[in-house]
Write a protein that binds this ligand. Structure first.
Ligand code: MG
Length: 247
């Protein structure tokens, strides 16, 4: 993981100033919208659930749901549809969403561009890695059947921590399991909710937007996609995130 002279000079040429070449101690991957194109799947199951509730989810509510866990998703959906937050009805809607999403996940998920190769590159470079997702364990296991468990040292799901993203708990838990400080990790995220969680945990964030734009900020670096995300690029992006913060 240590940068050699070639990498150092490449990094300096690319960014035009001296930067840290240490690289992150671990790479923490979001799943939905970052590794796989599952936000489109969620769009289908959310629309089905809204239909069963007698309404149509607005596009604003759909955007607000991106990156959220299921309890928050249901609150946004019921408010959007103008329905009282009645626990029994919300539980019923939750079941519709889970069943429909499981069917669609089991059919197989599409990779986000470059994601599979990026996962392989990071693993081959020897970094400890975590999957850090707001999706529950049961659905995540279905997704992992396609993604491959070999890419991750540990996996943390939204229903395994006290508070899901945008709270920092999932990222803090992943760092704890890996035995590294979250502040020395690089998180890879596609949504404002996920980025917020990673930042609150103290991690640097590689932002690769999917469905909705994500604003810039300290300790954030943006890429258009995961295409050509080599180990050297991971080090360079991490260094840029840290440099941006120090600047
Ligand atoms: Mg996501």
């Amino acid at each position: 993981m240590q940068g050699d002279a070639v990498r150092r000079s490449a990094g300096e040429r690319r960014h035009g100033h001296t930067i840290s070449h240490e690289g992150p101690l671990a790479v923490l991957w979001d799943m939905d919208g970052t590794l796989v194109d599952s936000e489109k799947v969620w769009t289908i199951s959310l629309a089905d659930a809204a239909r069963e509730l007698g309404g149509t989810l607005s596009s604003a509510a759909r955007s607000a749901i991106i990156g959220s866990d299921l309890p928050r998703t249901l609150v946004i959906m019921f408010d959007d549809l103008g329905l009282p937050r009645e626990p029994a009805r919300m539980a019923q809607a939750e079941q519709v969403i889970l069943t429909r999403t499981a069917e669609l996940f089991a059919d197989g998920l599409e990779w986000r561009p470059g994601a599979q190769e990026a996962l392989r590159n990071v693993r081959a470079a020897g970094w400890p890695t975590a999957l850090v997702t707001n999706t529950g364990r049961a659905l995540t296991e279905l997704a992992l059947d396609g993604i491959g468990r070999e890419h991750f040292t540990v996996t943390v799901c939204g229903d395994e921590v006290p508070r899901a993203k945008p709270d920092p708990d999932p990222y803090l838990r992943a760092a704890e399991l890996l035995g590294v400080p979250a502040s020395a990790c690089l998180a890879v995220e596609d949504s404002p909710t996920g980025v917020l969680a990673a930042e609150r945990a103290g991690a640097a964030v590689l932002v690769v937007p999917c469905e909705i734009p994500v604003p810039g900020g300290p300790r954030r670096v943006h890429r258009d996609s995961l295409v050509d995300l080599t180990a050297d690029e991971v080090r360079a992006d991490y260094a840029r995130a840290i440099a941006d913060c120090a600047a």
